[in-house]
Design a protein around this ligand. Structure first.
Ligand code: SAH
Ligand code: SF4
Ligand code: F3S
Length: 440
C-alpha cells in the first residue's frame, strides 16, 4: 500500500462533471489518495472544468493563476486539469500555464493513476484520447465510500445533435450508452452504500439505447422499469432530455412508475421557430408545447424545468417575444437561462452576433418572468402534502432538510427523521428558494 496523499477536486459545469469527479477520486484512490475539502493540505489539486460558455472556460485560467502562486510554497503539489476544457484545449493549457502537471479528458480519467505516477517522476502527463476501453468498467472494483441519500449515475454520454451553439459534441464525443446490466449493478451498489434516490445522467439521457440483458437495444423507459425493481431504491430521476427523444413509453413511465419523480428538465432554448431552425434544434415551438401537453396528460402535477439561450445570432425582439410567450404557456418551476456565448469552432460563431447590451436586457426580462413563475409555483405548494427525502441536518437545532418529489428544497423543524428517510410533510410556507414543511 502506498502512503496516504490528499486530493482536492474542484468541480465546474454540469452534473456529469459531478459524477466524473467522484469517479476520478476513486481512480486516484488506487494511488493512495483520499479526498480533502480544502486545497491547503492537498498533494494534488484537480480542476474538473466546463467549456460550455466562454466565461466558464476563462474562469479555469484565472483559477490556475491562483494555483500557481499557491504552488510556489508547495513544490510537491501537483496540479491537474480535467473535464471539457481539458478535452477542448489540451496542450494549450500547459502552454498557457506551466504550473499544470496533468491534463486529462472526460473519457480518459480511468488512467489517472498512471498519469499521476508520471507527474511524480517530474514529467508532464496529458491524455485526451477517446479510448476504446470502457472507463466505467475499468474503475468498477475501486474502493467506494458510503454515500449521501441522493446520487448521480451516468448512463449515456456524448451528443450527436450538434446544436449550432454547443461544444458538447466536440468535448464529450459521440453518443454512447452503457449496457443495462452494468447500470443496474451500479445502482444496487449505490443502494448498498446508503443511496435512496438516483438521477440518471446523460447529455441526451432520453436518447439512451443500451444493450439489455436480452441482447436487444433498450430505451430509457425500459431501463427505468428495470431500476424500479431494485429493492431499497426509492426514487428515480433523469436529466438532461431532448424534446425529440421523448418517446411514448417514457411519457407512460411518468404516468405509471411510482419511483419516477414528477419533475422533467426539458430544454427548449428558444420559442421562435426561425431561431430554433438556425440553432439546428429540429423541433418547433408548437411541437414542444404539444409534447408538454401529452406529458401533463400522463402526469398532471409534473414540474417542468428548461434551459434558454437569449441573444442567439440574428435574434430579433420578435423572436425573443416568442420565447417569452412560450414560457408564459408552459409555466416553469425552474429554468436556467444564459446569454449566448460564442464558442469557436461551432457554426453559430460565424454569424451576426446580437449586441451584448441587447442580450443582457433580454436576459433580465426573461429571468424576471421565470422568477415570477417559480415563485407562484412555490407559493402554490403551501398547504400541500409532499414526501421529503431527508438529506442532512438544517441550520437550526432539530431541523432537517431534503427534497420533495418536485425537487424543491424543504426544511422541516422538530424533525425525527434521519438522512435517507422519506417523510411526509405539509408545506407551511414558501421562503426564498425553499419551502418550510411540518412533519405529518
Ligand atoms: N444536452 C443538454 C444541455 C447541454 S448544455 C440539452 O441539449 O439541453 C446546458 C445548457 O447550456 C444548454 O441547454 C444551453 O441552454 C446552454 N448552452 C449551451 N451552449 C451555449 C452557448 N454557446 N451559449 C450559451 N448557452 C449555451
Ligand atoms: Fe449541446 Fe444540443 Fe447536444 Fe444538448 S442536444 S448537448 S445543447 S448539441
Ligand atoms: Fe460543461 Fe462539459 Fe458539462 S462543457 S456543461 S462540463 S458536458
Amino acid at each position: 500500500m502506498s502512503e496516504t496523499k490528499k486530493l482536492f477536486i474542484k468541480t465546474y459545469g454540469c452534473q456529469m462533471n459531478v459524477y466524473d469527479s467522484e469517479r476520478m477520486s476513486e481512480a486516484l484512490g488506487a494511488s493512495g489518495y483520499v479526498e480533502t475539502k480544502t486545497p491547503d493540505d492537498a498533494d494534488m489539486i484537480l480542476l474538473n472544468t466546463c467549456h460550455i460558455r466562454e466565461k466558464a472556460a476563462e474562469k479555469v485560467y484565472s483559477e490556475l493563476g491562483r494555483m500557481k502562486a499557491f504552488k510556489a510554497n508547495k513544490p510537491d503539489l501537483k496540479i491537474g486539469v480535467a473535464g471539457c476544457v481539458a478535452q477542448a484545449e489540451g496542450q494549450e493549457i500547459m502552454r498557457r500555464q506551466p504550473a499544470v502537471d496533468l491534463v486529462v479528458g472526460p473519457q480518459s480519467y480511468h488512467r489517472l493513476a498512471e498519469m499521476e505516477a508520471k507527474t511524480r517522476r517530474g514529467e508532464k502527463a496529458l491524455d485526451t484520447d477517446f479510448p476504446l476501453e470502457d472507463k466505467f468498467e475499468a474503475l468498477k472494483n475501486r474502493p467506494k465510500a458510503r454515500r449521501a441519500p441522493a446520487a448521480f449515475l451516468t448512463v449515456q454520454e456524448g451528443c450527436d445533435k450538434f446544436c449550432a451553439f454547443c461544444v458538447v459534441p466536440y468535448t464529450r464525443g459521440a453518443e454512447v450508452s452503457r449496457p443495462v446490466q452494468r447500470i443496474v449493478d451500479e445502482a444496487k451498489d449505490l443502494v448498498e452504500r446508503g443511496v435512496r434516490e438516483i438521477t440518471l445522467l446523460g447529455q441526451n439521457v432520453n436518447a439512451y439505447h443500451g444493450t439489455g440483458p436480452d441482447g436487444n437495444e433498450w430505451g430509457l423507459a425500459q431501463l427505468i422499469w428495470e431500476l424500479d425493481k431494485v429493492d431499497g431504491l426509492a426514487r428515480i430521476r433523469f436529466t438532461t432530455s431532448h424534446p425529440n427523444d421523448m418517446q411514448d413509453d417514457l411519457i407512460d413511465a411518468h404516468a405509471h412508475c411510482a419511483k419516477l419523480m414528477p419533475y422533467l428538465h426539458l430544454p427548449v432554448q428558444s420559442g421562435s421557430d426561425r431561431i430554433l431552425k438556425r440553432m439546428n434544434r429540429s423541433h418547433t415551438s408548437d411541437s414542444y408545447l404539444r409534447l408538454i401537453e401529452r406529458i401533463r396528460a400522463a402526469r398532471p402535477d409534473i414540474l417542468m424545468s428548461g434551459d434558454f439561450i437569449v441573444g442567439f445570432p440574428e435574434e430579433t425582439e420578435e423572436d425573443f417575444q416568442a420565447t417569452l410567450d412560450l414560457i408564459e404557456e408552459v409555466r416553469y418551476g425552474y429554468a436556467y437561462s444564459f446569454k449566448y456565448s460564442t464558442r469557436p469552432g461551432t457554426p453559430a460563431a460565424e454569424r451576426a452576433q446580437v449586441e451584448d447590451a441587447v442580450a443582457s436586457e433580454r436576459l433580465q426580462r426573461l429571468q424576471a418572468l421565470i422568477t415570477r413563475q417559480q415563485t407562484e409555483i412555490q407559493q402554490g405548494m403551501v398547504g400541500r402534502d409532499v414526501t421529503v427525502l431527508v438529506e442532512k441536518q438544517g441550520r437550526d437545532p432539530g431541523q432537517m432538510v431534503g427534497k420533495s418529489e418536485y425537487l424543491h428544497a424543504v426544511h422541516i423543524n422538530d424533525c425525527t427523521a434521519q438522512p435517507g428517510d422519506l417523510v411526509n410533510a405539509r408545506i407551511t410556507e414558501a421562503v426564498r428558494n425553499s419551502l418550510a414543511g411540518a412533519q405529518i
